[in-house]
Design a protein around this ligand. Structure first.
Ligand code: TPP
Length: 580
């Protein structure tokens, strides 16, 4: 067997190992050192290739694909700083538990650390942000090496989608010549056989369920808190548990509990607003038992509320065995798959009928929702809260909304209320970066249609390169660009009072004309200047193919004023109600 055949057999075996482990997509950035892998990926019938020139965007795009499909996605780049550009997305994927298989081509060992071109130290490049790292052997022929290549791929995929899903890094040293033999490259695939990986989930002993059921029966003021969690079957399971226990569910927008055809009586969706400004509510609503699922909720008032509930038992359920307790208020860490936990516990708990506790939460929630909705209706000028609230009412059934960080995710928390429309919400809430949001959403849009991206202007600017994937791969995406010309969130922070350098350091207006960006990427562009044009723009965008950008210009000072007025009104009316 000549060198070219050995190289081909080895690299093809690795790719075959990925395909057999359920990898269906790879995002490749161009380069020379990665040649054999790139050329062979394109040859594989079961793997869809997406080219993406900018590695930073490529990695977020891959993360969006993986998040939306719940399958591991592979990434491939050349050696050098290309690999370093994956870093922000690797961090986000690690924290938000998204399976990525990062393949970085590298120089062979004799060309490392000797001043060779495009050679950086790629070993353990992503540090502790990956679940597994391997520096593969150089391609070689022979059954042992083929088995090694295939097994490494199977292992990489299994680590990526394991109990704690996340990114893995496989560094692939390759020696020239790099061009593979494309005559039937995958004819080696049957021999040797692949190892089979059996996967399971975390569970707890029956006695522990019994103890928890007893705790729940004794609790008079129980609550369930659901943060970011997107697992099929979980909404129904947790709602059934909440109904049996009579515990209201404080449901983050990313819990997927606010929208769907299930019964939502127990879902509380306005807690952020009434906990924010009402001491009386915080006092009256103190729980004695809290069961928490999912990532950290967006709402800061909720975190403070849970942090101050020092007397309460706080059970933190994590099916990936993590330690999700930033409030340091957890009294029990329970490593158990969330849906299994709800179903098993529900069988053991006593059914509880109506309680004044449950009524109080539902009542406060409904009153707050009424105030929010009538206040928003009274606004006539272009304002972000109104834009988000109106958008929520216009979304076609079964839409997905990818939500940018900063104010968009907070406004969704305030204005996205329970509905039947089966809307799926996604966001990059691992590291809460304003980077890579466009690319992530474009990646998710491959699997979710229609998809709306709700994003601020700085986050949009930060990842404008991400629009190229939409153009080149003809992906349908509708971007609602909330343009307040700068970072609106900073106006809500104490530094906003600190005078003349605020705009320079925090506001950071760019004055960009985003219509040009839309044109550059062949997108359709609409600027909404009157509310009556907004529904038309959304409807047209949802019906259009390709990239649609709807810009909503707003004013940061006015946005702040509207939010404050709304919170003051809720605070006044809720406090009055609680004192009556
Ligand atoms: N850089 C990264 C990569 N991530 C961050 N979270 C920040 C900086 C800090 N940051 C948080 S919000 C924000 C910045 C710079 C401003 C975002 O502005 P925009 O996207 O326009 O949203 P708005 O605040 O107006 O809602």
């Amino acid at each position: 067997m000549n060198w070219q055949q050995s190289l081909t057999e080895y690299a093809a075996s690795f790719i075959e190992g990925l395909a057999c482990s359920g990898v269906k997509e790879v995002v490749i950035s161009p380069g020379s050192r990665s040649t054999p892998l790139a050329m062979l990926f394109v040859e594989h019938q079961d793997i869809q290739v997406y080219m993406n020139i900018d590695e930073r965007s490529a990695a977020f795009f891959a993360m969006g694909l993986a998040k939306a499909s719940d399958r591991p996605v592979a990434l491939l780049c050349t050696s050098g700083t290309a690999a370093a550009n994956y870093f922000p997305a690797v961090i986000e994927a690690s924290l938000s538990r998204v399976p990525l298989i990062v393949l970085t081509a590298d120089r062979p060992h004799e060309l490392r650390d000797v001043g060779a071109p495009q050679a950086i130290d790629q070993l353990h490049l992503y540090g502790r942000h990956v679940r597994w790292f391997a520096d593969l052997a150089l391609p070689e022929s022979g059954n042992e090496m083929i088995k090694y290549a295939k097994t490494s791929a199977v292992r990489a995929a299994s680590m990526a989608k394991g109990v704690l899903p996340g990114p893995v890094h496989v560094n692939f040293p390759l020696r020239e010549p790099l061009v593979p033999d494309l005559e039937q490259p995958f004819h080696y695939d049957s021999n040797p056989a692949l190892p089979y990986v059996s996967e399971g989930h975390l569970n707890i002993p029956f006695e522990t369920y019994k103890e928890i059921a007893d705790q729940c029966s004794m609790a008079e003021k129980g609550l369930i808190v659901c943060g970011n969690i997107d697992k099929p079957g979980f909404p129904e399971a947790v709602l059934a548990l909440a109904n049996s226990l009579g515990f209201p569910i404080l449901a983050d927008p990313l819990s997927q509990l606010r929208s769907g055809s299930f019964e939502k009586e127990m879902v509380i969706d306005c807690y952020d607003t009434f906990l924010k400004k009402s001491d009386a509510a915080n006092e009256k609503l103190k729980p004695d038992l809290v069961i928490q699922f999912g990532g950290q909720p967006v709402s800061k008032p909720l975190s403070l509320f849970l942090k101050s509930a020092r007397e309460a038992e706080q059970l933190i359920i994590d099916g990936s065995g993590g330690w999700r307790d930033p409030n340091r208020a957890g009294t029990h860490m329970i490593h158990c798959e969330e849906t299994v936990f709800c179903r098993q516990l529900q069988q053991l708990v006593e059914e509880r009928n109506d309680s004044s506790w449950k009524k109080l939460w539902i009542d406060l929630n409904q009153r707050t929702k009424n105030i929010i909705q009538s206040y928003i209706q009274s606004i006539s000028d272009m304002e972000e809260g109104k834009a988000v609230s109106t958008l929520c009412g216009l979304l076609p059934p079964d839409s997905t909304v990818y939500i940018g960080n900063s104010m968009p995710i907070r406004d969704m928390d305030t204005f996205f209320h329970t509905n039947e429309n089966n809307i799926r919400l996604m966001a990059n809430r691992g590291a809460n970066g304003i980077d890579g949001v466009v690319s992530s959403a474009v990646g998710a849009a491959v699997h979710c249609r229609p998809l709306f991206l709700l994003i601020g202007d700085l986050s949009f600017f930060h990842d404008m390169n991400g629009l190229l994937a939409a153009k080149l791969h003809k992906i349908n995406i509708n971007i609602i660009l909330l343009n307040n010309d700068g970072g609106g969130i900073f106006s809500h922070l104490p530094q906003a009072e600190e005078g003349e350098n605020f705009e320079l350091i925090f506001g950071t207006p760019t004055g960009l004309n985003f219509e040009h960006a839309a044109m550059m990427y062949n997108g359709q562009y609409t600027k909404v200047l009157e509310w009556e044009d907004f529904p038309v723009a959304i409807r047209e965008a949802a019906a259009n193919e390709g990239l649609n950008i709807i810009e909503v210009p707003t004013d940061r000072t006015r946005n702040l004023q509207v939010h404050r007025e709304l919170w003051e009104q809720v605070s006044r009316e809720i406090n009055k109600y609680l004192q009556s």
